[in-house]
Design a protein around this ligand. Structure first.
Ligand SMILES: Cc1cc2nc3c(=O)[nH]c(=O)nc-3n(C[C@H](O)[C@H](O)[C@H](O)COP(=O)(O)OP(=O)(O)OC[C@H]3O[C@@H](n4cnc5c(N)ncnc54)[C@H](O)[C@@H]3O)c2cc1C
Length: 248
């Protein structure tokens, strides 16, 4: 692999006890909204590398990475302690196929995320190409507690720019709040609550679905969409409706 870049921390924004946005300055090449980069630190003499989604739009700086500190994790607790001016290693180019240009034509794009899995979708909703491709874009952000519903400023900006086309659906599973759906993504699809909120039906004719975050949510949602809604998994060889990125 080509030489690693040295990125400099511009800001380490802490949203709550475990959630951070690490903003980095680096001479990073062009990437597509929805892709990820690789960050690394030398820890006890060993380079520890992990992938993280790019949250900023391709034409924005600084680079923005939204991550959770995993207790006992090898890398994330170290990233969580970084301060402005610190150095981070950054692989020299982005990767990943969770991008809008990979998708077949459709009217409606569903971006279904749990936790930090909203990251690539924030880049996607900030990117002009998304709004040229789809009539409606539904962003579902499923979290456990309402203080994990982060990036509200970004979401409000997109809402203001795309009032007819953008539907944001916050979903909270472990506490009651009056502005969010309760429960989990597969459940909200199955019991019709998501469709009631969006005013749209998920169909093979109209819908492209992207799933990102917790692997259990992804598997369960994908099974439901395949078994009950007639959707198929998308790949370059066999075009379908469901594109996924599992974070672990
Ligand atoms: C393509 C890709 C993109 C990713 N993008 C992001 C991102 O933008 N933000 C982010 O926080 N993570 C992201 N991840 C996960 C990330 O790469 C690391 O796995 C995570 O930061 C934990 O690393 P660690 O070394 O601290 O923990 P490790 O010692 O590697 O422990 C891994 C364990 O941490 C837990 N875990 C990993 N990621 C998460 C998560 N996001 N939320 C809750 N629990 C988790 C799981 O139980 C997993 O088994 C991505 C993963 C992939 C494959």
């Amino acid at each position: 692999m080509a030489k690693w870049l040295e990125a400099t921390v511009v800001e380490n924004k802490q949203w709550n006890e475990r959630l951070h946005s690490l903003r980095l300055q680096a001479d990073f090449p062009e990437f597509k909204a929805g892709q990820f980069a690789r960050l690394a630190l030398d820890i006890d003499g060993e380079q520890v590398i992990r992938p993280f989604s790019l949250v900023n739009a391709p034409d924005e700086t600084p680079l923005d990475f939204y991550f959770i500190e995993v207790p006992g994790g090898q890398l994330s607790p170290h990233l969580a302690r970084l301060e402005a001016g610190d150095a981070v290693q950054l692989a020299p180019k982005a990767a990943g196929l969770l991008t809008v240009d990979q998708l077949p034509e459709a009217k409606h794009l569903y971006l279904l995320s749990t936790g930090t899995g909203i990251g690539p979708f924030l880049s996607i909703i900030k990117n002009a190409e998304t709004w040229q491709r789809f009539e409606k874009v539904v962003l579902v952000h499923a979290v456990r507690y309402q203080d994990e519903l982060t990036y509200q400023d970004t979401i409000a900006e997109v809402q203001a720019k795309q009032p007819e086309s953008f539907v944001y659906v916050p979903m909270v599973s472990r506490e009651q709040c009056d502005f969010a759906l309760s429960g989990r993504i597969p459940q909200a699809i199955e019991d019709g609550k998501l469709s009631h909120w969006t005013g749209l039906d998920i169909t093979p004719e109209d819908s492209q679905i992207m799933l990102c975050g917790n692997p259990a949510m992804i598997q369960e949602t994908m099974d439901l969409l395949i078994d009950n809604y007639g959707l198929t998994k998308h790949s370059r060889r066999e075009p379908g409706h469901i594109s996924i990125e599992k974070y672990w």
